[in-house]
Each structure stands twice: as structure tokens, then as C-alpha cells.
Design a binder for this molecule. Structure first.
Ligand SMILES: [Zn+2]
Length: 90
């Protein structure tokens, strides 16, 4: 099965660093459905500053923020469906 069928949901993710105010919109095309993307960003790998910092600053693993305990430094602002524009989060 090709990725388009297996992971049909592509999204725009908007992140913001609370310290510097730096914002970035990411494109990701690897989700099965709305529950999958919300899980990853609320409870899964992307809920933590260590992984969010890699995506926000393109550090390629050289440097990351510490794991967030409770409140994130890198805030998830919004998630939109990249095809329809529908708001998934935010
Ligand atoms: Zn972490």
C-alpha cells in the first residue's frame, strides 16, 4: 500500500516558541486520520519540547530542548487539514 492510501491526511502545523516568539508552519503528510494527528501532538512524540524543538529550528538532532515537564516552551498553535483547510486543532 502506498503512503497516500495508508496516510491520507496531510496537515499544516503551526508552532510558536514562547521565549523568542518565533513561529513556524510545518507541512506533514503522514497521518491516518484526525485522531492520529491529535494523538501525536497532544500525547505522542510531538507533545514534548525535545521533538518540537527539532522541527521548529531544524537542528537535525544536534541540539534539542530538554523534555518538557508539564508546560511546553514550544506551543502548538494550530493544526489544519492541508487539503480542505479545516481546523483540526486551535
Ligand atoms: Zn521529550
Amino acid at each position: 500500500m502506498d503512503d497516500e492510501l495508508k496516510f491520507p491526511l496531510s496537515v499544516y502545523i503551526k508552532l510558536r516558541d514562547k521565549v523568542s516568539g518565533f513561529e513556524k508552519v510545518l507541512y506533514q503528510s503522514k497521518y491516518r486520520d484526525v485522531d492520529h494527528v491529535l494523538y501525536q501532538w497532544i500525547d505522542g512524540n510531538y507533545s514534548c519540547d525535545c521533538n518540537r524543538s527539532l522541527l521548529l529550528w531544524d537542528w537535525n538532532g544536534e541540539k534539542t530542548l530538554e523534555c518538557s515537564s508539564g508546560e511546553n516552551q514550544i506551543e502548538l498553535i494550530s493544526i489544519h487539514n492541508a487539503k480542505t483547510g479545516e481546523v483540526i486543532y486551535g
